[in-house]
Design a protein. Structure first.
Length: 131
């Protein structure tokens, strides 16, 4: 049996070499290798593409809304005007709350504002009616 064993090993090695040296096996191995390389490079290409697009979106000016012919207002115009009015009101309220005019609201200023200006009755939780 010992004499047959090396011949059997050599025969198996030859079969393995013949199998892996066939063109379809080489093509499959190269396809798998290319797939792994592509998967390894995929995150790098994704990050490379998102950076310029993000910068372009941040720097782009909003497109002007087309005025309506009947004197109306578009949704975008309405939202923009509401934001402007809200920003003006918030700025005025901040100036009222900032008593030392240092540009920062500290806890004492906020607490003082809240004690001087309690919330409206509609915003407070309803209290049970006396019986």
């Amino acid at each position: 049996m010992n004499a047959m064993q090396p011949a059997a090993c050599v025969h198996k090695q030859k079969l393995i070499l013949m199998y892996f040296s066939q063109p379809k096996v080489v093509a499959m191995r190269s396809t798998i290798f290319v797939a792994f390389v592509a998967l390894a490079l995929l995150p790098a290409t994704t990050f490379a593409q998102t950076a310029p697009q993000t910068a372009a979106v941040e720097n782009a000016a909003p497109a002007p809304s087309a005025p309506t012919g009947n004197g109306g207002i578009t949704r975008d115009q309405f939202i923009e005007r509401a934001k402007d009015r809200a920003a003006q009101r918030a700025g005025a309220r901040f100036d009222q709350m900032d008593t030392d005019h240092d540009g920062v609201l500290d806890r004492a200023e906020i607490r003082a504002w809240r004690t001087q200006h309690p919330r409206r009755a509609g915003a407070q939780p309803s209290q049970p009616a006396p019986q």
